[in-house]
Each structure stands twice: as C-alpha cells, then as structure tokens.
Design a binder for this molecule. Structure first.
Ligand code: SAM
Length: 289
C-alpha cells in the first residue's frame, strides 16, 4: 500500500507524470485498500487477476493474501516501477500488455479459485467487464473500483434508457453484493468524478458460468450489441437490420412465433433472462457460420 508522499516520491524518482488518458489515478488510502481486500474474501488458494496495477499500491497487498497475482499493465513506465519494487515477489506474474488484447479464456478459463480485483481504468471499464464476463465467467467474483455512474448503469434492470449489454451480462453472471463510496481524496491525482468499489459475486446458477463450455459467449455479447444497436427501434427491427447476414426473414419470423419476447418491444424493455432465451433460439440458426 502506498500513501500520498510515497506515491509522489516514486513518481519523482522515475520521472513519471500520471497519464489521464490511461486513467492513472493511484490509490493512496489504506482504509480503502483494506476494505477491497476484506470484501474480496481472498484465500491462500486464490489466483487474482489484477488489471492496471499502476505503481503497485493494491498489488503488494494482494500478493500477501493470495496464492498468485497475474497483473496486466499497458504502460511501460509503470512496468519499470513494478519490476523494481516487486522483483522479490515470486507469486507475481506481471504482463506488459493491453488487457483488451489478452486471451483471458485460453489462459484462465480452467482456473477454479480465480478472482478479479482491480482499480479499473475508467475509460474502458465497461469493455473490460464485458470481456471478463464472456471469457472467464469461471471467476468467483470481481471486486472493482469504478466510476459511480458506471456502477449505476450496470446495476440497472429494464425500462431505463441506460440499461444495456453490460448490465445484462452481469445479471446472467451473478449479483452485486457490496457497494462502497470512495472519496476523490483517496487517489493521487484526484479524479474529477466520483468512485465506488463494488463486488460482483458469481451466482450458483450463473447462466454464463454454466454455459461457458457449450455456448459461444463472445457471440452472445455481439448478439446483445446488435439488439441494442438502435435503442429506439423495436427488437424486430434491430434483429432484422443487424443480423441480416446471419438470419433470413423466414428464420426471424419463425423465432418470433416462438413468443419468447414480444418483437414489438424495444431492447431496453427486455429482461436479461429473455435475452438469453432469445439468443438460444437465434444460435440454432447462427451456428451455420
Ligand atoms: N492499481 C493502481 C492503483 O490502484 O493505484 C492503478 C490504477 S489506475 C486507476 C489504472 C491503471 O490501469 C493505470 O496504471 C493504467 O496505466 C492502467 N491501464 C490503462 N489502460 C490499460 C489497459 N488497456 N490494459 C492494462 N492496463 C491499463
């Protein structure tokens, strides 16, 4: 854990200016780091995936509580700091890589005690969450620092104009079990937005986890994006316009007749469970490609 003065010292020593474009707001609050560790409920069997370790404020504490930490950092200046500060930690696997380009499924889908803990770069937080949920739904939980508005958006049910694919994927994976407000003064530099830590725990009946072997969850994510491509249009029009290379009009009307959802509804009126059922019937035709 790094406090404000140590954080500034490290930045000076390595001649680093925090990059706003990479969402670099470093955690400097001991109570918040403790709270993150507490709600993550790590054990000595846990393999933690950390996204954006930065200067290692959270990483050094994760390394004490978990069996192993795999950390992905895009910025080579951060990598230089981490390599020096944490070089003696044999349970750290550090990757200088953009998390969005890592093949998480190939690397971690078979892990049993896999957990994600991260102070996420806010500019790509939704993309990262969607990637985790569709590539490694075997993770037991995700404990994430997010922008407050992102937490609101991903906690929503239908009938809200901000409801969409990320919220739907979360509902098919598990439940938000903890939410903690975090003051801007807990970071250096202070972000201009409000933050929250949330824990999302896998449900015993998690649709994504139970289907990760037999269904292509990446295609499901694409399907959701296509359903929401034009929010103000009916689900019929979205499917017709955006899936036309994959579904013929006849196939689409056969699916409509199954009455899984009313095709006159807009995507934001449809529950997560219904989207999954709809996808199962679309996938029957879609497996052609
Ligand atoms: N974990 C540190 C902490 O809590 O002090 C830093 C968190 S900071 C909010 C986000 C970190 O994510 C930065 O270190 C940034 O360089 C890194 N980052 C940004 N985009 C990334 C990407 N696409 N892949 C991996 N790391 C990324």
């Amino acid at each position: 854990m790094l406090d404000l003065s140590t954080t500034k010292e490290i930045l000076n020593e390595f001649n680093i200016l925090p990059r706003q474009s990479l969402g670099q707001n470093f955690l400097i609050s001991q109570p918040i780091v403790q709270k993150i560790i507490e709600i993550s409920n790590l054990s000595k069997q846990s393999h933690v995936l950390e996204i954006g370790p930065g200067l290692g404020s959270l990483t050094s504490v994760l390394l004490e509580f978990a069996a192993k930490v795999s950390a992905y950092e895009i910025d080579e200046q951060m990598i230089a700091v981490l390599e020096q500060r944490l070089s003696d930690k044999s349970n750290l696997a550090l990757y200088h890589q953009n998390i969005l380009q890592a093949d998480l499924h190939a690397l971690y889908a078979k892990e049993q005690n896999f957990q994600v803990v991260a102070n996420l770069p806010y500019y790509i937080s939704a993309e990262i969450i969607e990637k985790l949920l569709t590539e490694v739904p075997n993770m037991k939980s995700m404990t994430l620092m997010l922008q407050k508005e992102a937490v609101e958006r991903i906690s929503l049910g239908p009938n809200d104009s901000r409801y969409g694919p990320t919220a739907i994927l979360i509902q098919l994976y598990g439940k938000i079990t903890d939410k903690i407000k975090v003051a801007s003064s807990c970071f250096y530099p202070q972000p201009g937005v409000s933050s929250q830590v949330i824990k999302i725990a896998r449900d015993p009946k998690s649709v994504l986890f139970l289907n990760m072997e037999n269904m292509n969850l990446l295609k499901f994510k694409d399907f959701l994006k296509q359903c929401f491509a034009q929010r103000r249009k009916t689900i019929r029009n979205n499917l017709k316009n955006n899936l036309k290379t994959k579904l013929s009009e006849q196939e689409l009307s056969k699916i409509e007749q199954l009455k899984i959802v009313d095709f006159d509804l807009r995507p934001e009126q449809i529950t997560a469970k219904k989207f999954w059922q709809l996808y199962l019937s679309v996938a029957n035709y879609n497996d052609k490609d």
